[in-house]
Design a protein around this ligand. Structure first.
Ligand code: PMP
Length: 398
């Protein structure tokens, strides 16, 4: 491959089979060949999130922000108290959406790089009761991973619904939606789910649907209203076509392929592979003497890494050089620390070769930017992790 690898936190590198599906002639959305494909994608989305048949999947045309909008527009009524657990840029977006739909939003914030602990949430729940609590599984602006299982348990014990933004986590970080009792888990196609941008994906638990059905106020967004989408999802899953708004047929076909690839690898293996790849990147970055935004590795995500620039190096001196050496990385995003760090996405059908080529490109870029790096040091550190975990075996089939 002569083009550089796209190693940002979405869009990512997609499998050949997914890209083939995108390039097929578009069937009509009521075409008999398309109906079972849509149905299979709905069923497989539920399985990837590890939710049972009572859970309702939605596949919508739009980006991850639409998935957030869809969850909040349907579950928040004017005056509802909402608590946003804020681990970075995308939590703030969730708070904005909550306010837009009339929610009375409190934000429990931690400094960039910290995670919200169960104790912090429990203390807040002593002060007020909330109709809804939102959690960002992995915040893409800090690389911080939250304890979704523990936080959800605390919020549910206090009687709240729980919405989890899994845009930078779903199909990468461990998630058992039904076992962990998450009411809505949502994501977008372009990240670890492995499909080009354009699909908003969410799965709602029976409790979320019940809250939506019991609304007094109509849903204030037309396009996000579950009342318009639910009959469509039910029809396609039942083998019949239905129409509310034209589905992105080629992306749905690509989604069906990608979800099958993920399920045939197996969720345990997918999670283990991301853990190893994440650990390999962390080890490689540490060996280069770079700091990382998450304040502790125990809450650093496995889908992206957020290394800090060494003294004298910045986005302008580093990122074009890394790109020339073969890997496209992303700059900082969190407004408070934007110029202090950069981001490496490593999710989806990522292989051992991707880890090593990206760290090799990073080493070359750092040297070109004037930071002394012993050639191969990050590769050695990453290889030690990958070989111990035998990740090269786990990725052999994809
Ligand atoms: N939440 C998180 C955690 C994200 O990383 C992103 C996108 N980077 C979004 C929400 C918004 O998704 P989109 O850009 O697809 O609208």
């Amino acid at each position: 491959m002569t083009r550089p690898r796209l190693m940002i936190p979405g869009p990512i590198e997609f499998t050949d089979e997914v890209l083939d599906a995108v390039g097929q002639p578009s069937p009509g959305h009521v075409d008999p060949t398309f109906i079972p494909v849509f149905g299979q994608a709905l069923r497989d989305l539920r399985r990837v999130f590890q939710a049972g048949p009572a859970y309702q999947p939605f596949i919508l045309t739009g980006s991850g922000t639409l998935a957030m909008d869809s969850a909040i527009a349907n579950l928040v009524e004017p005056g509802d108290r909402v608590l946003v657990l804020d681990t970075g840029y995308f939590s703030q977006r969730m708070a904005d959406i909550g306010r837009r739909y009339g929610g009375s939003v409190d934000v429990l914030s931690v400094p960039p790089g910290d995670t919200v602990t169960v104790d912090q949430l429990a203390a807040q729940l002593q002060l007020a009761s909330y109709r809804l609590v939102t959690i960002t599984h992995v915040d893409t602006s800090t690389g911080v991973l939250t304890d979704v299982q523990g936080l959800t348990a605390a919020a549910k014990a206090a009687g709240s619904l729980v919405v989890v933004d899994g845009v930078c986590a779903a199909a990468g970080e461990e998630m058992w939606q039904e076992d962990w009792d998450v009411d809505v888990y949502l994501t977008a196609s372009q990240k670890a789910v492995g499909v080009p941008p354009g699909l908003a994906l969410l799965v709602a638990a029976p409790a979320a649907l019940a809250k939506w059905r019991a609304r007094r106020a109509p849903v204030a967004s037309y396009y996000s209203d579950w009342g318009l989408w639910l009959p469509v999802m039910e029809a396609y899953e039942g083998g019949r076509p239905a129409y509310f708004a034209t589905p992105a047929v080629n992306l749905v076909m690509a989604l069906a392929v990608s979800l099958r690839q993920i399920l045939s690898e197996g969720m345990e293996s997918v999670f283990a592979r991301h853990r190893s790849v994440g650990d390999a990147f962390k080890a490689g970055i540490a060996s280069l003497g770079l700091g990382q935004v998450p304040t502790h590795l125990s809450h650093a995500s496995h889908t992206l890494s957020c290394p800090r620039y060494p003294a004298g190096v910045d986005a302008t001196s580093l990122l074009p050089r890394v790109r020339a050496a073969g890997a496209i990385l992303a700059g900082g995003l969190h407004p408070a620390i934007r110029n202090e760090y950069f981001r490496i996405g490593h999710m989806g059908a990522i292989s051992r070769a991707d880890v090593l080529s990206t760290l090799g490109a990073l080493e070359a870029g750092l040297r070109g930017a004037g930071y002394a790096v012993e050639p191969g040091i990050a590769l050695a550190a990453a290889q030690a992790v990958l070989e111990e975990d035998q990740v090269y075996l786990a990725t052999a089939d994809r």
